[in-house]
Design a protein around this ligand. Sequence first.
Ligand SMILES: *Cc1c(COP(=O)(O)O)cnc(C)c1O
Length: 398
Amino acid sequence: MNAPLSKPESPFLPSLPFLPFALPEIGEEEIAEVVDALRSGWVTTGPKTRRFEDDFRAFLGDPGLHAIAVNSATAGLHLALEALGIGAGDEVITTTHTFTATAEVVRYLGADVKLVDIDPATLNIDVAAVEAAITPRTKAIMPVHYAGLAADMPALLALAQRHGLKVVEDAAHALPTTVAGRLVGTLASDATVFSFYANKTITTGEGGMLVTRDAALAQRARTMRLHGMNRDAFDRFTAKVPSWYYEVVAPGFKYNLTDIAAALGIHQLRRAHDFQKKRVALAAAYDEALAGLPLVLPPRAPAGELHAWHLYVVRLAEGAAIHRDRFIERLFDAGIGCSVHYIPLHLHPYWRERYALKPEAFPHSQHAYERMVSLPLYTRMDLPDVRRVAAAVRAALA
Ligand SMILES: *Cc1c(COP(=O)(O)O)cnc(C)c1O
């Protein structure tokens, strides 16, 4: 169905095909749906966005949920916290081992971020560290399902309930991921936000989905998604009596998803479970091909649970005779793109200086960061690609 496009060539090694770190898999159905949006005359938020939202709720399989399409996960996280009333004087706890988007939205609202360390086994937020960071100002916890492996949601939700805290899941990596057999997005948190950025497990180029069972939160997020207007353009022009009239009830944002992007999402979502199976197979092939090397391989999901495998992150073991940076250079020289997820927030100038953070306060994140490499993992790879990466890893470690 998807004749893979030829992989880009490295400018440095023109004779070898370069294996990029990430590539989206866009099929003919996605392309036809985008063309349909373009020909329809409705290119901004409209019927395809509605359908994508409905499909997303059906995908999660829980009729009690609301799904609100937005133009990024960052926008969705911002809308969720805004709707929960987070503001100046409040504190929100999240992991230092994440992308800056998770934390920046807290600052948009004038609230403060409390960064905490990770569990070195899973690289997910450490529940004991969250508990230790709670103060009378704490209002919410934002777990991240790092790499697509679920954070310890039962413990986090119980902790939040004991302390009267809100929970907003950053599920940018977690489609589809399960906890006790339930998909992330259907758990008992206040809101869950998915990302459809170019390198995520499904993509709309840019885009995100805010999911909640709280009707008031959903209503507020829908309004704030589009300038604080109480009716969107599609509503106004498709109502029984088309109307130019709307009211602005708050100073909202411009966070709506376009129908061009939603057209991609409709078909990407249909393939999400097949994509996940392919990622599982590639991860298993890596595990096998890398066994016995001085590497800490990524943690697996508990038996029976889905791991979205957004990332395949290895860590150089204590016995590895090479520095991480040199290791990445050697892989690049072998024509393989790698990345690091993440430079922890406590090392970035803004967060470090704003909160006077020291690496010693985050020993597990710091240690993992210094030794970690994300290897290529995406559905357009095949088993020979995995073997090629594994051979390059073996050579780089030798
Ligand atoms: C990608 C990502 C985001 C931001 O997603 P966008 O859709 O690009 O806004 C947030 N958090 C994490 C952990 C991510 O990986």
